[in-house]
Design a protein around this ligand. Structure first.
Ligand code: NAI
Ligand code: 15L
Length: 263
């Protein structure tokens, strides 16, 4: 039976990629965003800060892939509205509408101040160390997902996404890249794996220069097929090698650890 998935953030970068890549897995997508979705006349325009609109968007779907919200550092007020209150609206809607599975876009910035020691791959069993208000909202998201799994049986896979773009854009992304096709593979695994409760996974491709362990993602059935290394020569020719003294080389969240929020 075809499953209907609410894809929030459908007008954004990852949403635009997944709109094309998820339907071949057999999903019917309901697209939603604060902005109109290019080329999709039937997409919902809604705001996560509007609880009633969120409930309407969730009604009748089998699962949610939640990409919507602020995706970079912003003022605390902006992050509070879209990523904290908005996410609460989403989980309340999911609970009340009887939806049983969410795939939540978390981020490496939930653990961005984790040092890169070079001593083995970093798993998901590390303490939260957000690098921004944005990263802090992802810590909140993982906490909210855990609460709704334990208390209400709403299952979530929180994917700490590295860097999901068509190609790696910087030397750091040779480690953190999640190719669009691997992103779709991981989201499909997260939608279909049984008995996940609340599971946190790292989301990258099979990168030669990875810092992150993929063991919890592989346990869901994720088998990455791509490696950022195929872009290494062109990325390094354009940007140079990673400076070992830079935040990008020393901390998991890279330069986000140095970003100040707007006033
Ligand atoms: P994006 O900024 O391109 O897309 C986010 C979308 O959410 C936008 O289309 C925006 O209009 C929508 N949105 C923002 N506030 C909203 C609100 N109040 N109500 C409804 N819609 C709202 O971000 P991108 O890169 O596509 O990322 C998608 C998700 O994945 C985000 O949650 C981001 O935090 C997460 N992520 C992305 C990474 C990446 O490398 N692209 C890395 C780590 C996490
Ligand atoms: C994120 O969480 C951002 O949403 C995305 O724009 C990238 O900058 C990514 O992290 C990253 O760390 O590369």
């Amino acid at each position: 039976m075809t499953r209907t998935i609410l894809l929030t953030g459908a007008a954004g970068g990852v949403g635009t990629l997944l709109r094309e890549l998820l339907p071949p897995y057999g999903y019917r997508l309901r697209l939603a965003d604060r902005l109109p979705v290019d080329g999709a006349e039937d997409a919902l325009v809604f705001d996560l800060r509007d609880a009633a609109a969120v409930r309407e968007a969730v009604r009748g779907v089998d699962a949610v892939v939640h990409l919507g919200g602020i995706s970079l550092e912003d003022s605390f007020a902006a992050v509070l509205g879209s990523n904290i209150e908005g996410l609460h609206h989403l989980y309340e809607a999911v609970r009340l509408e009887g939806v049983k599975r969410v795939v939540l876009a978390s981020s490496n910035h939930a653990v961005g101040f984790t040092p890169l020691t070079g001593e083995g791959l970093i798993g998901t069993d590390i303490p939260p160390r957000p690098d921004t208000f944005y990263g802090l909202s992802k810590v909140f998201g993982e906490g909210l997902a855990s609460l709704y799994a334990d208390k209400y049986g709403v299952e979530t896979v929180s994917i700490r996404i590295g860097s999901c773009f068509p190609r790696p854009r910087s030397p750091r992304m040779l480690s953190t890249w999640l190719s669009p096709a691997d992103c779709a593979r991981l989201v499909h695994a997260a939608l279909t794996a049984p008995g996940v409760g609340h599971t946190v996974v790292n989301g990258i491709s099979a990168n030669t220069r990875a810092w992150w362990s993929l063991s919890s993602a592989r346990a869901l059935g994720y088998e990455p097929q791509d490696d950022a290394e195929v872009y290494a020569a062109e990325v390094i020719a354009e940007h140079g090698e990673l400076d070992p003294e830079s935040a990008d080389a020393r901390l998991l969240g890279g330069f986000f650890t140095t970003v100040e929020p707007p006033a």
